[in-house]
Design a protein around this ligand. Structure first.
Ligand code: NAD
Ligand code: UGA
Length: 422
C-alpha cells in the first residue's frame, strides 16, 4: 500500500518507518526540512534506539518531503501524526491537526480515487468525528464514508522503545464508523500479528486518553503511597512488588520518585480534565493525579534544603535531564522545574545527560553542561533526575545525593543519601 504520514516526530517517523519495514511505500511529510533532510540521508531525525537502522534498511521504500499535497495525491492512505499540545487552560490545541486536515481536504477535492485519512495524533474524544471530519468534508466538497474514509488509530508507543512497541504492540485500536475504513486498516495491520480491536471512532479516542490516564494515575498513586512510606520508614518498592503480584493489578508503572514528564501524560491528563469540564464533568481523581505530580519535584528540593539550607552560590550537580532514559526529549521533564527552582535560589547548576543536553541548553543556556557524569559528582550535592543506566556505574562515595529516581548504588554508597519516596 502507498502510505503518507503527516508529521515526522516521535510518532509519525516511527510509524512510517515501521510501515516501510512491513513492505509498504511510505512518504513522510513534515514542515521541518531538517527532519526530512536527515531521513533522506539515512539518519534518524530523533533520538530513538533502533530507528536509524530501520530507516537505512528500508531506504528504498521511504521518501521524505515538505510537499503535503503531492504526498496525498500519490498515496492511498494518510496518517495524521502532528502534535496536539496543551493550551494555557490545559485544553487540547488542535491547530496542527485541523490545519493538516484542511490541506488534505483541498487535495481530496481533485482526487478521483478513494483515499483514507486516519487521525493518529492523540485527540479528545469526538474530535475526529465532530471537528476533523467536517473540515475534510468542507475543504474537499466530499462526503466521509462514501467518497473518502476517515478513522482513528491511536498510538501507544513509548519513547525509548518506540520501534519495538510499534512492531509488536499489546493491541492495535482501530476506530472506524464505516466498514470500508475498518477493513483497510485491519488489512494493513494484519501482518503485525497483534490483537486488533475495531471500535467506533470516538471510542478509540477515549481508549487512548483512558490508557494514559490510568498509567499516570498509577504513578501518582504510587508516589502518594511512597511519600507516606518514606515517613514511616517503609520501602515502597517492597510494597508495590507485593501489590503488583495481585492478578488484578500489574506491577508496571509503580516506580516512585519525582513523577511523570514527557509530551503525553501531563498534557493528555490535562486535556481530559479540561475537555470533561467543558462537558460538565469534574474529573476529581485526575485533577489530584496532576497535583501530586507537580508536588514531587518540590519534595526533592526540600530534601536538598535539609542538607544545604541556603543554595545561594552553591554548586548543584544534576544527573539526567531527559524526561526518562533512552530519549533526548525534555518536554515536561521533571528536570525543568527542578533546575528552574535551583537557578531561582541562586545555585550554580552543573548538568550531564547522555542525550538531552542540546535540547536542555536551548531552554537553560545558563546551566553548565559537562561532557561526562563524573564531572557532576564534584558538586556540593548531586541530584539524580533521570535513571540512565550509566549512572548505575558511578562512584557516589563521599557525596551528598538527593535521588528522584531510586538508584540502588547511590543509596548504598553516598555519604548522605535522600530519596524521594524512599
Ligand atoms: P512531535 O512534536 O515529535 O512531532 C510532530 C511533528 O509534526 C513535528 O515534526 C512538526 O514539525 C510536524 N507538523 C506539525 N504541523 C505539520 C503540518 N501541517 N504538516 C506536516 N508536519 C507538521 O510530536 P509526537 O511526539 O510525535 O506526537 C504526535 C502525536 O502523537 C501527539 O498527539 C501525541 O500526543 C501523540 N503520541 C505521542 C507519543 C510519544 O511518545 N511521543 C506516543 C503516542 C501518541
Ligand atoms: C507514555 C505511555 O507509556 C505510552 O503508552 C503512550 O503511547 C505515550 O505516553 C503517549 O501517549 O505519548 P512515554 O511518555 O514515552 O509513553 O513514557 P513512559 O515510559 O510511559 O514514561 C512517562 C513518564 O512517567 C516518565 O517521566 C517516567 O519517568 C515516568 N514513570 C513511568 C514513572 O515515574 N514511574 C513509572 O513507574 C513509570
Amino acid at each position: 500500500m502507498k502510505i503518507s504520514v503527516i508529521g515526522c516526530g516521535y510518532v509519525g517517523c516511527v510509524t512510517g518507518v515501521c510501515f516501510a519495514d512491513l513492505g509498504h511505500e511510505v512518504t513522510l511529510v513534515d514542515v521541518d526540512p531538517a527532519k526530512l533532510r536527515a531521513i533522506s540521508a539515512g539518519r534518524s531525525p530523533i533520538y530513538e534506539p533502533g530507528l536509524e537502522d530501520l530507516i537505512r534498511k528500508n531506504r528504498d521504500r521511504i521518501s521524505a518531503t515538505t510537499d503535503l499535497r503531492a504526498a496525498i495525491r500519490s498515496t492511498d492512505i494518510t496518517f495524521v501524526a502532528v502534535g496536539t499540545p496543551s493550551q494555557e487552560d490545559g485544553a487540547i490545541d488542535l491547530r496542527y491537526v485541523l490545519g493538516a486536515c484542511e490541506e488534505i481536504g483541498q487535495v481530496l477535492k481533485d482526487k478521483d480515487t478513494f483515499h483514507t485519512v486516519i487521525i493518529k495524533s492523540t485527540v479528545f474524544p469526538g474530535t475526529t468525528k465532530e471537528m476533523a471530519c467536517p473540515v475534510l468534508e468542507k475543504a474537499s466538497g466530499k462526503t466521509a464514508g462514501r467518497d473518502f474514509g476517515i478513522g482513528s488509530n491511536p498510538e501507544f508507543l513509548r519513547e525509548g522503545s518506540a520501534v519495538r512497541d510499534c512492531l509488536s504492540p499489546d493491541r492495535i485500536v482501530i476506530g472506524a464508523d464505516d466498514p470500508r475504513t475498518a477493513g483497510i486498516l485491519s488489512d494493513l495491520y494484519a501482518p503485525v500479528g497483534s490483537v486488533v480491536l475495531v471500535t467506533p471512532v470516538t471510542t478509540a479516542e477515549m481508549i487512548k486518553y483512558t490508557s494514559n490516564a490510568v498509567l499516570a494515575a498509577k504513578i501518582s498513586l504510587a508516589n502518594e503511597i511512597g511519600n507516606l512510606c518514606k515517613r514511616l520508614g517503609v520501602d515502597s518498592r517492597e510494597v508495590f512488588t507485593a501489590v503488583g503480584m495481585d492478578g488484578r493489578v500489574s506491577p508496571a508503572f509503580f516506580r516512585t520518585g519525582i513523577g511523570f514528564g514527557g509530551s503525553c501524560f501531563p498534557k493528555d491528563v490535562r486535556a481530559l480534565v479540561a475537555g470533561a469540564r467543558a462537558c460538565g464533568e469534574d474529573l476529581k481523581i485526575l485533577r489530584a493525579v496532576l497535583e501530586v505530580n507537580e508536588e514531587q519535584p518540590k519534595k526533592l528540593l526540600s530534601l536538598l534544603r535539609r542538607h544545604i539550607p541556603d543554595l545561594q552560590g552553591k554548586i548543584i550537580g544534576v544527573l539526567g535531564l531527559a524526561f526518562k532514559p533512552d530519549t533526548d526529549d525534555i518536554r515536561e521533564s521533571r528536570a525543568v522545574p527542578v533546575v528552574a527552582d535551583l537557578l531561582a535560589a541562586g545555585a550554580q547548576v552543573v548538568a550531564y545527560d547522555p542525550a538531552a543536553m542540546e535540547n536542555f541548553r536551548r531552554v537553560f543556556p545558563q546551566v553548565g553542561y559537562v561532557s561526562g557524569p563524573d564531572e557532576v559528582l564534584g558538586a556540593d550535592a548531586v541530584l539524580i533526575l533521570t535513571e540512565w543506566r550509566e549512572f548505575e556505574g558511578l562512584d557516589y562515595r563521599g557525596r551528598i545525593v538527593i535521588d528522584g529516581r531510586r538508584l540502588e548504588k547511590a543509596r548504598a554508597e553516598a555519604m548522605i543519601y535522600e530519596g524521594v519516596c524512599w
